[in-house]
Design a protein. Structure first.
Length: 242
């Protein structure tokens, strides 16, 4: 069996989705890129019972290997792997608040700067299409243009990432934002950050969560590091060998 470690990582990601409460039961699906194409969860298998053999290997022409059928949403995973080099992993969930917004055909506007975690100034909601169809995949790709996550109308969330951990973290953040937006709307109309501010936020997000990058005017301001000068001083005062 090829890619055993990655198969186990896909299963762990699925189980973590349910543990975190951003998915329920057998819904949702996960994939990760491999040199031959990608691995995707099998169709209709409970995550707690899932074994490495239930993770299906697919190629980028839409073929699969083995006796287990791939997830009914394999087309979305295939099209993201085909068209998005940044899609090293894909997480699809039916998280509660994001799905509720999608049933109202609402995306998530820039009510909070963290919507930039999805790569743009808002998180779009894709137009509706029947699950598991090529039409749904086309609607998803349109909503994901320039984005790393989107809502699917009357359905759920799709998020991509540099790794399984990255894609899962983005899906969690989208659900958190959806919950915050939902609560804010129950109290009134949230104030939406303007385009100029979101442009500044997106520029700063280029270095968000990363180590300092030299000569980047948009990098997040960092405090002065104290220990480096002290170490340098100790080196200059060390006694010379006799």
């Amino acid at each position: 069996m090829r890619h055993l470690a990655l198969r186990r990582a896909v299963i762990a990601t699925c189980q973590e989705m349910n543990r975190l409460g951003i998915n329920q039961g057998r819904s949702g699906n996960v994939s990760v890129r491999v040199p031959e194409g990608f691995l995707v969860t099998g169709s209709g298998i409970p995550y707690e019972a899932m074994q490495p053999r239930h993770i299906v290997e697919m190629d980028l022409d839409g073929g699969y290997r083995g006796e287990v059928l791939p997830s009914s949403e394999w087309r979305m995973h295939l099209d993201l792997m085909r068209t998005r080099a940044d899609a090293q992993a894909v997480v699809h969930t039916h998280s509660t608040h994001a799905t509720a917004l999608s049933c109202l055909r609402l995306g998530i506007p820039a009510f909070h700067y963290m919507v930039a975690v999805a790569g743009g100034a808002d998180i779009s909601c894709a137009d509706y299409a029947t699950f598991g169809t090529a039409a749904l995949s086309r609607q998803m790709l349109a909503a994901m243009e320039g984005r790393a996550a989107c809502l699917l109308a009357n359905h759920g969330v799709v998020a991509i990432g540099r790794s399984l951990e990255d894609a899962l973290a983005r899906a969690v953040e989208v659900e958190t934002l959806a919950k915050q937006y939902w609560i804010a709307r129950t109290l009134g109309q949230p104030v939406v950050l303007d385009e100029a501010e979101m442009a500044r936020v997106l520029a700063r997000f280029r270095s968000y969560g990363q180590q300092r990058r030299e000569n980047d005017p948009a990098a997040i301001e960092m405090p002065e590091q104290r220990d480096q000068p002290r170490r340098a001083n100790r080196r200059t005062t060390r006694a010379r060998p006799r």
